[in-house]
Design a protein around this ligand. Structure first.
Ligand SMILES: *Cc1c(COP(=O)(O)O)cnc(C)c1O
Ligand SMILES: [Zn+2]
Length: 437
């Protein structure tokens, strides 16, 4: 399979990265997703042999699944209940962190009615995380790696939500932070990225330009001692997304749903949800059964959807132009793996227009009282389209992800929402407005 290598492979000099001193719980090594070569745990992200991306390999707990289930169920009300399956030290919950996760899995009956889903429809609503997006999950894991490797500055290239999540986590855990964003983000995301007191640098370019810049910084002495959560700590960062799979299954009574609709930016979240499901099966925590994974993009940034529909294995980069800025990555690092997973599981990758995104945000708000950011509009809109085109089976249990809070992307819906009427404070005026009863 073709792999895109867009990142520098030079590891920075780090203060304290000797493998012997690293305690990341059950994490045993890093392994190459292409050739399988293993490396000691460290702040590296590309295979020295084939440049393939690295991922965390584990010594996972063995033994009685029922005992492990109980241990998880009586654990902390956060992602740390899954610490035995994550690259974190056993005492992680006692360290200063934001304790993200264990967000609601909402049974969305009214939305199901509108979409014609009869097999059970759920929204995994991650808008209630500490910085109001799913990114708190991945950052929390990266922070533990940063601690283990002795970094003192946390950094990232961000489409918006990650910058806020890194700023907040750094503030809480006592790191310096310096984060990088494209210059044209939503006001709510810029404020959230800045308010935690770290350094925020707006780059005149797209996210892909920001990401390339960060890769150069890592290879340069300017970036020495810096942990870029989604670049040189990416193998660890990615593991945070597995917790979505764990939570969904636990909340369904330790069952895998038939279909899951997941937004795609770099594609990391989608690939790690699949990894998490496979681990649950391997550990005997859930019964092995087929499931379908669907990827969702905005039409204005749909390189993976394009490749899926064209039957290609490689993802041709695009220049993003969409209101779904949190998903606006034109050259998604995990694109080829997303294609693999969608095809292997019998799912699909689909996209919707910005107008459909706005409609879907309002549909979810009107039917379930959940105000999603544009990424949630993308997944709900794509779910509707997948049903209409017969790609998603409405008679099967379906989980749709909402990965962020609508308050961060008010501009997307502001032009088409507002007061039903503006009146004088009198009963006559209200009667005249025709809203009584
Ligand atoms: C970052 C992000 C995603 C997914 O990102 P991946 O790079 O694909 O893991 C999804 N939704 C929101 C709101 C995000 O901020
Ligand atoms: Zn390799």
């Amino acid at each position: 399979m073709a792999v895109q290598v867009t990142e520098s492979t030079t590891a920075p000099a780090t203060p304290d990265a000797s493998a012997a001193s690293v305690d990341l719980g059950p994490a045993a090594a890093l392994s190459c997703r292409e050739c399988g070569e293993r490396f000691d745990l460290g702040p590296i992200f590309a295979c020295a042999l084939c440049f393939g991306p690295l991922e965390v390999a584990y010594d996972l707990p063995t033994g009685d699944p029922q005992a492990l289930r109980e241990r998880i169920e009586t654990g902390p009300n956060s992602i740390w209940r899954y610490a035995p399956l994550l690259p974190v030290p056993a005492d992680v919950a006692s360290k200063p962190n934001l304790n993200p996760g264990l967000t609601p899995l909402v049974k969305a009956d009214r939305l199901a009615g509108e979409l014609g889903v009869t097999g059970g429809l759920y929204v995994k609503d991650d808008s209630g995380n500490p910085t109001h997006s799913f990114k708190d999950r991945v950052v929390a894991i990266a922070v533990e790696a940063a601690r283990a490797f002795g970094f003192t500055t946390l950094s990232c290239s961000s489409t918006g939500n990650l910058a806020g999540a890194v700023g907040a986590a750094a503030a809480r855990a006592g790191f310096r932070s310096c984060v990088f964003i494209p210059h044209d983000l939503e006001a709510g995301k810029v404020v959230m990225a800045a308010v935690y007191g770290g350094e925020l640098v707006a780059i005149e370019g797209t996210y892909d330009d920001v990401n390339r810049f960060c890769s150069e910084l890592i290879g340069d002495s300017l970036g020495e001692g810096w942990g870029f959560v989604n670049v040189n700590l990416r193998p660890y960062y990615g593991e945070g997304s597995k917790t979505l799979a764990y939570e969904i299954c636990e909340q369904l009574g330790w069952e895998i749903p038939d279909q899951i609709v997941i937004p795609i930016a770099s594609g990391s979240q989608l690939t790690k949800i699949d990894k998490g499901l496979k681990e649950l099966i391997k550990l005997g925590l859930v019964e092995d059964k087929p499931y379908k994974i669907f990827g969702a993009q905005a039409e204005g940034c749909s390189p993976v959807s394009r490749a899926f529909k064209d039957g290609h294995d490689v993802v041709r980069p695009v220049k993003p132009n969409t209101i779904a800025k949190s998903l606006a990555i034109g050259n998604p690092a995990d694109g080829p793996y997303v294609l693999d997973i969608a095809r292997r599981t019998g799912g699909a990758v689909e996209d919707v227009t910005d107008e459909q995104v706005v409609d879907a945000i309002k549909l979810l708000a009107r039917t379930e009282g959940i105000f999603a950011e544009t990424a949630g509009g993308v997944t709900v809109g794509v779910t509707r389209k997948l049903i209409e085109t017969g790609q998603l089976d409405p008679a099967r249990t379906t989980v749709v992800l909402n990965t962020g809070d609508g308050l961060k992307t008010l501009d997307a819906v502001a032009p088409t929402t507002g007061p039903t009427a503006t009146i004088k404070p009198s009963l006559d005026a209200f009667r005249a407005a025709g809203l009584a009863g």
